[in-house]
Write a protein that binds this ligand. Structure first.
Ligand code: NAD
Length: 733
């Protein structure tokens, strides 16, 4: 066994330690599956072993199944399906059922197993723990347990759905499974998922004690007379299921087959004996694996994102380690950048026009930390340590030994020029200077620099502490060394970097502006106001375009529109957009959420936002029945996807993985689709082209298929086939 070691003590308790070699985290792959079988056989056949304590040799217990293994299974299934559909289905079913069969042997064997969890246990790894007869967890709030499967289009297929609904009260169980929400140890105990919580470092001793005290090797559902916690046909059961289905519909709008499958597992599984329930779960798990949603989400949100996080786009050159960062502008963004940098243990010089403003920027970190302490996610010592790394100042000399300086001053070329020159006068020749501008091309800003090779864009999203994406922008002259430093920094603060070439709006904002622009057009067309955001959510966008516009500020949209007209001429902007936004901001002072008034009103009490009634007066409303909902859905997804494709055509995005990951992390592009380019691939290039032409006829030229789409449709290509090395040619859906 390469993944497990066994040490049996004088009491006959085997301490099994899981420590997969060459991995920083235990995951279930083919070799682990083999080893678990061997382990079960050894425990069963060795009379000296009276019971088992299963623990981990790593910090965490384990993160779940190796998704690359599941991805391979998807590929194998699809390949086999072409020649022998039945064999393919059998292979998939057997594969899906394997873990359940194995874990059931642990549960029904005649020796007690206890999981000793000193670190997190998620997905399949938590399912292993649940198949043990008891679970002891360390009392540490950094640890979590749960099932994130639904987030990549899957469900817990190793008994997770069935054991959870039998251990936890049904309402909490359903919510937990549907949301993929993890639980901290004490809460997990309260729910019934964990048997005991003990001080960190004492889980193994406690687990052994439980075995010595005679822990019965029988799961509750294997006891005679066991009754499921709820009868689905009782009034409570009906209520629970209808509430569960309602929550599921509200949160997924039917876009996530895995969520529907989870509800089916709950409903069907609770009506049959446990072993049959496991079979049912395996079938739905197999079904999930075959869905295009799981395929796309695993590829984008797991495999590709992980590769980008590990620096797939970093040039292979050595650059000095980033030890000290300068942040200029301690406003909303600068304060956030200082916080995430210090959080990664990196020293920060936070500079503003005067010391008072710089200190206010530092106070933002203090506020975030106090909040974290009140929620028990941090401690006073950690707060002091983090704050001691942020040095507020108004003196440029303090930047002299920074390896990287990021400016986040006002969005004004003149101010940025002064700041660039003042920094370059004091920083080292090799230091890198970065701008966090959201709209000004990096090439333009680099004109103020003496060292344009060292000038780069590092574009954060707000709020900086929550948004995981960072867009790195290469100016025409930016050197690979500057890129390597920027990448090292973004990886150090544990965010996901995408690297794009210079362009107005870079990548993410180009897509966002299409999304909001389509909503602006719909408003002026008289599409019923409430439908605009609601239909966006129906198609899987977490935030509607009008809500999003309120969040990012409408006065900002007004500025961007004006700047675009000044730079590119009046034709660059749809006059309906210009008039609408000007009317909102300049005539009505509706600047967005920050001003309490935008497309929505944001009353103090009750704190529920409401659409501004004036919108209905200004734009005579069409009859809702005359609206084709599918058109509205497609208008959102097609306009964004076409823009994403355009950035590929223009060479702004050079790695398609980044277009998909960036759109989901940057503004929540319908995650079920795996991103805008995966969405086009899924529809098929020819079908996408055809539908885009229809939309262009009805709703405007911006839907007209671009050259790249026409070319790919003609050649029968896909994005992942042509640019992503997947030599598949997908049939048009
Ligand atoms: P902000 O107005 O909150 O902060 C700007 C800060 O810069 C202020 O504290 C100001 O005192 C300081 N400043 C101005 N001139 C200065 C100078 N000469 N020297 C030193 N400090 C100076 O603005 P913000 O929202 O934090 O935006 C900052 C930058 O980040 C802009 O370029 C903006 O486009 C970009 N950005 C903003 C967002 C966002 O959502 N707000 C998102 C991404 C990028």
């Amino acid at each position: 066994m390469k993944n497990f070691t066994i040490e049996t003590d004088a009491d006959g308790i085997a301490l099994v330690t899981w420590d997969s070699p060459g991995r920083s985290m235990n995951v279930i792959d083919a070799s682990v599956m083999e080893d678990i079988d061997a382990l079960i056989a050894k425990v069963a056949s060795d009379d000296a072993i009276k019971g088992v304590v299963l623990t981990s040799g790593k910090k965490a217990f384990g993160a779940g199944a190796d998704l690359t293994m599941l991805q391979a299974m998807q590929g194998e299934y699809e390949a086999l399906k072409k020649t022998d559909e039945q064999k393919a289905a059998r292979m998939l079913m057997d594969g899906a059922y394997k873990l359940n069969l194995t874990l059931r042997q642990i549960e029904t064997g005649d020796k007690p197993w206890v999981a000793a969890l000193e670190g997190l246990a998620l997905g399949g790894c938590f399912e292993i723990a649940l198949a043990c007869h008891a679970r002891v967890a360390a009392d540490d709030d950094r640890i979590t347990f749960g099932f994130p499967e639904v987030k990549v289009g899957l469900l817990p297929g190793g008994g997770g759905t069935q054991r959870t609904i039998r251990l936890v009260n049904p309402q909490d169980a359903v919510t937990m499974l549907l949301q993929g929400k993890n639980q901290r140890p004490k809460k997990a105990k309260q729910l019934g998922l964990i048997t005991e919580v003990v001080p960190a470092g004492e889980t193994v001793a406690k687990a052994k004690q439980m075995i010595r005290d005679g822990l019965k090797p029988v799961a509750p559902w294997d006891e005679k007379g066991f009754k499921a916690p709820i009868n689905v046909w009782s009034p409570q059961g009906v209520q629970m299921l209808s509430a569960g289905n309602a929550i599921m519909r509200k949160e997924t709008a039917g876009n996530y087959p895995a969520a529907t499958n989870i509800m089916k597992c709950v409903y069907e599984g609770l009506q049959v004996p446990f072993d049959l329930a496991l079979k049912i779960e395996s079938r739905y798990f197999a079904n999930c694996i075959t869905t295009p949603e799981a395929k796309a989400m695993i590829r984008t949100l797991f495999i590709n994102m992980q590769e980008l996080n590990k620096g797939a786009r970093r040039p292979d050159i050595e650059v000095p380690k980033v030890k000290k960062i300068g942040v200029i502008g301690a406003g909303f963004m600068g304060a956030g950048i200082a916080y995430v940098t210090a959080k990664a243990g990196i020293e920060v010089v936070l500079l503003d026009r005067d010391e008072k403003e710089a200190k206010e920027g530092k106070a933002y970190s203090e506020k975030l930390l106090d909040k974290a302490i009140s929620r028990k996610h941090s401690t006073e010592e950690k707060k002091e340590a983090l704050l001691s790394l942020i040095h507020p100042t108004a003196n440029y000399d303090d930047l002299s030994d920074c390896d990287l300086v990021i400016e986040a001053v006002f969005e004004d070329k003149g101010v940025k020029k002064i700041v660039t020159e003042s920094s370059e006068a004091v920083i080292g020749k090799k230091a890198i200077f970065a701008s966090n501008t959201s709209t000004i091309p990096i090439g333009e800003l680099a004109q103020a620099s003496m060292r344009p090779r060292n000038f780069i864009g590092i574009h954060f999203f707000s709020p900086v502490d929550k948004m995981m994406l960072v867009e790195i922008i290469m100016g025409k002259k930016t050197s690979p060394e500057a890129l390597a430093v920027a990448m090292d920094y973004v990886m150090a603060i544990k965010k996901t970097p995408i690297v794009v070439q210079d362009s107005r709006g870079f990548y993410v904002n180009r897509c966002v502006i299409r999304y909001m622009g389509e909503a602006w057009t719909m408003l002026t067309e008289g599409v019923p106001v409430a439908m605009i955001d609601n239909v966006a959510r129906m198609v899987g966008m977490p935030v509607g375009p009008l809500e999003l516009n309120d969040e990012v500020a409408i006065d900002l949209s007004n500025k961007v529109i004006k700047q675009t007209i000044a730079d590119l001429g009046a034709d660059a902007i749809d006059p309906r957009h210009q008039d609408l936004i000007k009317w909102m901001v300049e005539d009505n002072g509706r600047i967005g959420k920050k001003g309490g008034k935008g497309f929505y009103d944001y009353p103090e009490k009750p704190k529920t936002k409401k659409l501004w009634p004036e919108l209905r007066e200004k734009f005579p409303q069409l009859d809702a029945d005359s609206i084709d909902i599918q058109d509205i859905k497609d208008r959102y997804l097609y306009t964004i996807a076409m823009e994403a494709a355009r950035t590929v055509q223009e060479g702004v995005v050079t790695d398609i993985r980044e277009a998909d990951v960036g759109a989901i992390l940057g503004f929540g592009f319908a995650p079920w689709s795996g991103g805008p380019l995966s969405y086009i691939d899924r529809i098929g290039l020819e079908a996408f082209q055809k539908r885009a032409r229809q939309l262009a006829k009805k709703y405007g030229d911006h839907f007209k298929p671009i050259r790249l789409i026409n070319e790919m449709a003609k050649n029968g290509e896909t994005f992942y086939g042509r640019f992503g090395g997947e030599a598949e040619k997908k049939d048009a859906a």
